[in-house]
Write a protein that binds this ligand. Structure first.
Ligand SMILES: *Cc1c(COP(=O)(O)O)cnc(C)c1O
Length: 238
């Protein structure tokens, strides 16, 4: 049995190669695509192996999981990303731990982050989550609301809106996923054209284990990968 570091390093290497291939096919530089290793399937005791295998950006979908994993992991060079829904009563404990919040999904949440960040004298980097597939069960701004909301959202001085995040249709297959990702990029381009000057929206967080190559073809700068990273690990993390 290979040890976890070896398995994780091999999986990371294979995923990085696929990232590089997808970037090359669309004339992009692979270094413009950051891999966020989603840790929700593994327990905190595997995290050191993941970091040793070369992961530098870690993402969690639940704030409490992020708190406990960030506290358990002694790796000062790792960047944490929150990729799931953030409840307002969890903002204060989350802010000092995260490099980027991918999942700001309402004006109320953004305003609450602004208040906490102002009180803590820090500036928080965020993405706006968009419900690009318009599925009712999903979080995220409806795509057609953002143009009118952006000036108000961008007026929060302690919040830097750096781009958009979305998930493709749950069961649409690669072509539907690619259409969803194209729609997110086009929305970003339209918003960028009219955005307040200090808002640049350079980041597109889109693509997961099943569809990250489609996402890169449409301009993803952050891919969030869980399942594909943990193949071959026993016991299976799921
Ligand atoms: C779980 C999760 C991922 C990773 O999904 P995989 O299909 O396991 O790669 C990405 N983004 C978010 C928001 C998630 O919750």
């Amino acid at each position: 049995m290979a040890d976890p570091v070896t398995i994780l390093a091999e999986n990371l290497g294979a995923i990085r190669q696929r990232i590089a291939g997808a970037a090359a096919r669309s004339g992009r530089d692979a270094t413009d695509v950051r891999l966020v290793a989603i840790t929700k399937y593994i327990s905190a005791d595997i995290l050191p192996a993941l970091v040793q295998a070369g992961a530098t950006d870690l993402g969690e979908s639940r704030p409490q999981e992020l708190w406990s994993k960030a506290a358990a992991l002694d790796a000062p060079d790792v960047h944490w990303h929150l990729v799931g829904h953030l409840q307002r009563n969890k903002i204060r404990r989350t802010l000092p731990l995260v490099d980027l919040i991918h999942s700001v999904d309402s004006p109320r949440l953004l305003e609450a982050i602004e208040r906490e960040a102002a009180a803590a004298h820090c500036r928080v980097r965020v993405l706006l989550e968009v419900n690009i597939s318009q599925e009712p069960a999903k979080h995220g701004f409806p795509p057609d609301t953002l143009a009118s909301l952006l000036p108000q959202l961008a007026a929060a001085p302690h919040v830097a809106i750096e781009g958009l995040m979305a998930m493709a249709h749950r069961q649409g297959g690669p072509e539907t996923a690619r259409r969803d990702f194209a729609a997110l990029r086009q929305l970003r381009d339209r918003l960028q054209a009219d955005a307040p000057q200090h808002v640049r929206l350079n980041e597109l967080s889109m693509g997961m284990s099943g569809d990250f190559e489609e996402a890169i073809a449409e301009g993803a700068t952050l891919v969030r990968i869980g399942t594909a990273l943990y193949e071959g690990l026993t016991p299976s993390p799921r």
